[in-house]
Each structure stands twice: as C-alpha cells, then as structure tokens.
Ligand binder design. Structure first.
Ligand code: AMP
Ligand code: MG
Length: 415
C-alpha cells in the first residue's frame, strides 16, 4: 500500500529531532536559526545623531526662513562623525555637522547642507551660514536607542539569521551567536553498476552521480554531507556501511536498491539493523521512497533514478533537515500558474514534474515542462525552476487550466 505524500512527510518528521545548539562566529550563523534571544549591551544608536550633512540649529530660529528671506546664523563649531562637541548652540547659532555625528546640546534639528549657503568666512571662527528653509523640531535627527535600548531584545530565539541580523549582532556587541547545529548527513549510493566520477564507466557501468547531487542538496539545505564509498549490492557490505553511517551521522540518505529488483537489498538490511516504517509513496517520480531508522538515526532510502532521488530529497529530506536545524518554515513557496500545455498522468499518483515558471507580458504566471520527464534524466530539473504538482484523482490537466507549482528558486518562507 502506498502512503500519500502528506502521510509520509508526517512520518519522516516524527523520526527526526531538533539538534543541539552551538556557539559560532556570527558570519557562520548566516542562514541558521537562533537558539537564544539576543540582547544589546548598549543603546543603538548610542546618542542622538545627525541623519544628514548640514547644520545643527534651533528650529525656532528658522521660522519664516525661505529662499527670498534667508536667515543668517553664526557657525560656532564643526562636528565630524567620530567626534563630538559639548558647546551649547544658543539662539542665532549653528554647528556644521556631518552624518552620524552627535547632535550638540541646544540644537533640536538639522537642516540639510543643500538648503544652505556658506556666508562670510570667519577667520579664526567658523563664519556664518545663510539658511533658506524652515525645519521642524527633530527633523534629520536619529534618536538614541532608535534601533534597540541597552539590555533590550534585538533578535528572538527561533529567528533565522540573515545578513541584516548579522549586522544587528555586530552592532549589539556579539562576535558569536548560539544557533542550532548543522546535521551530518550520511550519503550512501548503492549499486554494482556504479563507478566514481573520475572513472570512465566500463561495460554495463554508470557514474555515481546521485552521491554528488544528493550531497549538493544536503549543503543547500544547511546540512553537512558525509559521502561514503559506493556500497555494492551485497547484504554484508550494506550492513557494514549502514551501521557505520548510523554511528557517525544524524541522518542517513541512501540511493538505489529500494525497488523490486533481485539485488535490491536496502529494505531487508534496514529491517535487520533497525526498523522500516514505509517503502512506497503514491507519487511520481520515485514511488519506492523508504523510511526507517537505525539505532534512532533516521534513515531515508531514496530510489536510484537520478530525478527520483532529486525529487524525493526535495519533498521529504530537505524539510526534515530544516526541522532538525530549528527552522519554523519548512516548505518552499507554492503558487498557482497557467498550464502552457496538456498534461496527462496516472490517476492514483501525485506527480512532481520538472518545469519552468515564467511571467508572461500580461503579468500572469505560466508553467511549461522544462524537458523530458524520464526519471533517469536530470536535465529537466537543471533547466527548470519549479516542480509542477499534479494531484491524485485526475488523469488530464488541459492547457490553460490552473495548476500549483513549488518554487525551487525560492527559500522556504511565505506560503
Ligand atoms: P535501482 O533502484 O537500484 O534499481 O536503480 C534504479 C536506476 O537508477 C538504475 O538505472 C540505476 O542504474 C540508477 N542509479 C542507481 N544508483 C545511481 C547513482 N548513484 N547514480 C546514478 N544513477 C543511479
Ligand atoms: Mg540498484
């Protein structure tokens, strides 16, 4: 009996756990999930400061100022970013000020340099300035603690660290962050026909491409692949390799050997070493998706065909690895698009077809198959940017009808 995709996914999550946390330099926290809230050690900004290059003034002095009736003020100081001035700005006075410099006492606004004209030079003093505009009190001043106050929470546990969060960590005095660790994923390809990428395949042999495509998917999902040597279609060899993987990895992904061929030993060996939960999902490509565990380590047996492994990873393993890393968002964005052509399918399976989503000139999204849908071929997955989802229960989806796609070009987020 085949499970539905949803039933199978629930069982995958049930076998996974959220991993431990670790403290890492903030750049290594990029893309990971915070395990603790983050508080600031200081006010950010630490002081009221100018948002513009211009003049710090008292807004009341400029009431009525215009191009035809400029107001002339005495410039009493000059404040560059990184310095400060304690000299109080009195009525009729101004301070030349640069972006980011502390606003001096007495001033309550900054007027942009573009609305001013330097007046007479002042010799030993700073001279005068003519101002051609009124300003409101507070204008062009960035307030102390506008981002966060000392001791307050700037980032919360469970939030993903993007580039802006890395900047906030730095601004609030954190060189390291506590995040969930990356899962170590054992990647094992099974098959007597497999040779390594560096070899020219002999008669009846093919290159082991799955080990690399799966490892790449592991990296893209935030995990760390442990690539094992090719495992031959031999029970003892499988037993040894799977047991080693269970002792070294947080998750085991195998490819091949889960079908009904005479030498497909993955399932019996899994049952010997641990337990098998399911071995069939009502989907195409890749019906024989297999789940189990060995000594508590989740085990996912992907089919052998390159696109069946690719899709199986995307639908089951990627969300599981994200769950293990503490992510709340586990699913890629989905959206509706207009089918560019008829699609026929078997009634009882859900199809995940490799397709391209494009925006047409009228703004609507159109989805087109991106190449041959043979599960032995990877080119359509490479050329495409989405999976076209064709649900169970129907056999024909006509051109022009609406269909759902999973955006492979977008990170998990908005649903
Ligand atoms: P299997 O499920 O082991 O019968 O494999 C199904 C198909 O996938 C066969 O045509 C295999 O040659 C192919 N295949 C299996 N493993 C790999 C691999 N690691 N890389 C590329 N193709 C593979
Ligand atoms: Mg095989």
């Amino acid at each position: 009996m085949s499970l539905s995709v949803e039933q199978a996914r629930d069982l995958v999550f049930a076998r996974c756990r959220v991993l431990e946390t670790e403290s890492v330099p903030i750049l290594e926290a990029l893309g990971r999930v915070l395990a603790t809230e983050v508080r600031s050690d200081i006010d950010v900004a630490p002081f009221d400061n100018s948002a513009m290059d211009g003049y710090a003034i008292r807004a009341a002095d400029l009431v009525g100022a215009s191009e035809s009736a400029p107001v002339t003020l005495a410039v009493v100081s000059e404040i560059a970013a990184g310095s400060y001035s304690e000299l109080e700005i009195g009525p009729g006075q101004a301070a030349r000020i640069m972006t980011g410099a502390p606003v001096p006492p007495g001033a309550d606004a900054v007027v942009m340099v573009e609305f001013t004209e330097a007046g007479e030079a002042g010799g030993a003093t700073h001279g005068t300035v003519r101002i051609m505009r009124e300003v409101t009190s507070g204008e062009n001043i960035r307030r102390r603690a506008e981002e966060v106050a000392a001791g307050d929470v700037v980032l919360s546990a469970g939030e993903e660290v993007g580039p802006a969060a890395v900047g906030l960590l730095a601004a609030t005095g954190h060189a390291t962050a506590e995040v969930y660790r990356r899962p170590k994923v054992a990647v094992l390809s099974t098959g007597d026909e497999l040779v390594d990428v560096t070899e020219l395949p002999g008669r009846g042999k093919i290159r082991n491409s799955n080990s690399y495509s799966i490892s790449a998917q592991v990296i893209a999902a935030g995990g760390m692949p442990l690539r094992y040597p090719i495992v031959r279609d031999d029970r003892a060899a499988m037993r040894e390799a799977f047991a080693q993987a269970a002792s070294e990895a947080d998750f085991i992904a195998t490819t091949g050997g889960v079908s009904v061929g005479d030498f497909d030993y993955v399932k019996p060996v899994l049952e010997e070493l641990g337990e098998m939960e399911f071995c069939k999902v009502a989907m195409r490509p890749g019906n024989p998706q297999t789940l189990g565990s060995i000594d508590g380590t989740p085990f996912f047996g992907l089919p052998g065909n390159p696109t069946s492994t690719f899709v199986g990873f995307e639908i089951f393993i990627r969300p599981a690895l994200r769950f293990m890393q503490g992510h709340a968002k586990l699913d890629r964005p989905r959206q509706q698009a207009v089918l560019a052509h008829d699609v026929k399918k078997k009634r009882d399976r859900r199809y995940f077809l490799r397709a391209s989503l494009e925006r047409s000139s009228d703004g609507s999204y159109v989805v087109t198959l991106s190449g041959s849908q043979s599960s032995a071929l990877l080119t359509a997955a490479h050329r495409g940017n989405c999976l076209l989802v064709m649900p169970e229960g129907e056999e024909l989806f006509p051109a022009g009808s609406m269909a759902e796609v999973i955006r492979l070009d977008m990170e998990e987020g908005i649903q």
